[in-house]
Design a protein around this ligand. Structure first.
Ligand SMILES: Nc1ncnc2c1ncn2[C@@H]1O[C@H](COP(=O)(O)OP(=O)(O)OP(=O)(O)O)[C@@H](O)[C@H]1O
Length: 602
């Protein structure tokens, strides 16, 4: 196994996004909080000038020994303090409301969007990448929301106001500051671009690391049994190192920007102080005016220095918003969630009519496939690995659309059915059973939310899991751990079968559903399944041919084509793939080198 090298980071071809246009509707819905913040910000600006004015007048009154003037100014000072405390409190609260309100909306939108993604686009995204939108991108939106956004508006506003105010005090002192302003703007533009580029790389890497971590946790037992902990650790180390390098680069950029801003600010401050002191000596400026000037210059310096941090944060947030918008712009299957309805049983058949399909960028799996599956019967699909059995199930469930031809259920194209009607038609038990963390009852409830205790137990009994559940101290309320890992493979499979039974759909899709049970349980399950299949159209993908000998019809597939079909006895009489597979299986699958050999037929 190779040591992982540097992680590819930047997506070369990115679409143009307008982050603020994307954010605006969600922000508009929090208009009360943003209005509050805007008023708070305006109060803040007014307070800045009011305090500077107060300082200057108080000092001049003190220098002139005007006690009455000082006394008249005192209540004003107290009022300013009260207003500034109220403004600070209000801003803090409004900031949280404005930021968290928008984030809450995006979290919810993102989750909904992911739930409605078509199966193929979902499958293309590593789960960690999707997860990182929640854990990384949404958390990094702060720089363009709430008070950060207000500060971005406030800084130019304060800067312009201060210039005008200072101009009234001394135009000579203003010239010094004005000369340096374009420099700050230019530096902001350049560093902003660099920071955003770097921020994008950090976000992308965070997504990759998140994917790697989720794979590591999910595949922990495989990692352990193949002794590849070292390889995974090195891969993580390499990404961790890269992240460290990028964070340092970010810090360097911010550092340079900060230092440059500080230097610029200090030059303005010291320069105006010296020049101001000279003007006081020359009697062209009062001491109070100098203090007002120095105080306001401080506020002028802040835009030059504080702007760096704000700008850097904003650039990071913009690249997070960009990634979020890319995800939210992925097309979804429909605008609404669908609920299970209780559909009528199938009356006629399922038909694949001249269907052609291939996965994106791959050669076609099916070319003009013609297949009819009669209603109310059990049809088994067999064939070597890669024949297209699972793809047929996916197409039937609408996970993918045929490129040509159509799929009809009782004579109606599945495209004509509403998503709710369509989804209610199938109950699916897959090879890899997935159970959700929570109790056994929670997992069964998924299939039928309003189920009664009796219905639940009946389904569990039919799947031969009821006795086991009742033997547990908490019965149906027993927690089964993440992915049901505290249960055996066979127990998980039987619960999955009970879940499918509870859904009570007219079409039952079983993908080697009895593969993880022992032979005694398999026999019991077969009986239970046979009872349920009686009223249903059942399609079974079977790898062990012994499990489908009683099927009403067996379809033998090879490389996307139907090569044989009929009952077990008929197929056994024919020279062909079925007999070959059957013999291989009964002989123990000793078929090394045989192109039809499916390693699971043993
Ligand atoms: N998501 C996918 N993207 C691209 N190609 C795929 C995808 N899933 C399956 N294939 C390809 O489609 C073909 C049919 O695969 P499919 O899983 O339907 O076969 P199968 O008969 O179910 O095999 P098995 O018995 O091994 O599960 C194979 O060549 C496979 O490599």
């Amino acid at each position: 196994m190779r040591n992982p090298q540097k992680v590819p980071l930047l997506n070369k071809r990115r679409r143009k996004h307008r982050p603020f246009a994307f954010l605006y509707p969600a922000m508009a819905r929090q208009w009360k909080a943003y209005l509050g913040l805007l008023l708070g910000m305006l109060a803040d600006v007014a307070l800045t000038f009011a305090f500077a004015w107060f300082l200057g007048n108080m000092t001049d009154a003190a220098v002139a020994g005007d006690w009455n003037q000082m006394k008249s100014l005192l209540p004003l000072g107290a009022g300013l303090i009260v207003v500034s405390i109220a403004a600070a409190y209000g801003q803090e609260y409004m900031d949280t409301a404005a930021v968290e309100g928008v984030k809450k909306e995006f979290k919810s939108r993102l989750h909904r969007h992911i739930m409605l993604l078509p199966v193929d686009s979902f499958a293309k995204q590593p789960s960690g990448q999707l997860l990182s939108h929640f854990t990384h991108d949404i958390d990094n939106m702060d720089g363009v929301l709430g008070s950060s956004l207000m500060r971005l508006i406030k800084l130019p506003l304060v800067t312009a106001g201060i210039f005008i105010y200072l101009l009234r005090i001394s135009w000579e002192l203003c010239v010094l500051a004005i000369v340096l302003a374009p420099l700050a703007v230019l530096a902001g533009g350049l560093f902003g671009w660099l920071l955003r580029r770097n921020g994008r790389s950090i976000h992308q890497l965070a997504g990759q690391t998140s994917s790697l971590l989720s794979e590591t946790m999910w595949g922990f037992l495989v990692i352990r049994s193949f002794a590849v902990e070292g390889w995974f650790h090195r891969k993580y180390e390499s990404q961790n190192q890269e992240r460290y390098r990028l964070e340092l680069k970010d810090a360097k950029l911010r550092g340079w920007f900060h230092a440059g801003g500080d230097a610029l600010g200090t030059v303005v401050f010291v320069g105006s102080l010296c020049a101001g002191a000279y003007f006081v000596l020359d009697n062209r400026l009062s001491v109070g005016s100098l203090l007002t000037f120095v105080n306001l210059t401080n506020h002028l310096i802040y835009p030059l220095t504080g702007f760096a941090g704000l700008w850097a944060g904003m650039q990071r947030s913009l690249s997070a918003v960009e990634r979020l918008s890319q995800c939210l712009e992925m097309p979804i299957v429909s605008d609404t969630f669908h609920e299970n309805r209780v559909p009528k049983p199938l009356e006629q058949e399922i038909e694949f009519r001249s269907m052609t399909f291939g996965y994106e960028g791959e050669r076609n799996v099916f070319e003009g496939l013609q297949l009819r599956i009669p209603a109310g019967k059990m049809t088994a699909i067999v064939g070597p690995s890669g024949a297209g059995k699972s793809t047929l199930f996916s197409l039937l469930q609408g996970f993918y659309k045929p490129h040509e031809g159509s799929i009809l259920i009782d004579g109606r194209s599945i495209q004509e059915l509403s998503p709710s009607q369509f989804r209610s038609l199938f109950a699916y038990v897959s090879q890899e059973t997935f159970l959700f963390s929570g109790s056994i009852r929670d997992n069964l409830l998924l299939a039928r939310p309003g189920m009664t205790e009796m219905e639940m137990m009946r389904a569990a009994a039919a799947a031969h899991i009821h006795a086991f559940v009742m033997s547990l101290p908490e019965g149906y309320d027993t927690l089964i751990g993440e992915r049901g890992l505290s249960l055996s493979g066979g127990q998980r499979q039987r619960l999955a079968i009970a879940r499918a039974l509870l859904k009570d759909a007219p079409i039952l899709l079983l993908d080697e559903a009895t593969s993880a049970v022992d032979s005694v349980t398999e026999q019991q399950l077969k009986e239970a399944l046979a009872r349920i299949m009686k009223h249903r159209t059942t399609l079974v993908i079977a790898h062990r041919l012994s499990t489908i000998q009683h099927a009403d019809r067996i379809i033998v597939m090879d490389q996307g084509k139907i090569v044989q079909s009929g009952r077990h006895e008929e197929l056994m009489k024919q020279e062909g793939l079925y007999r070959k597979l059957y013999r291989m299986q009964s002989q123990g699958g000793e078929a090394a080198g045989d192109p039809y050999f499916d390693t699971r037929i043993v």
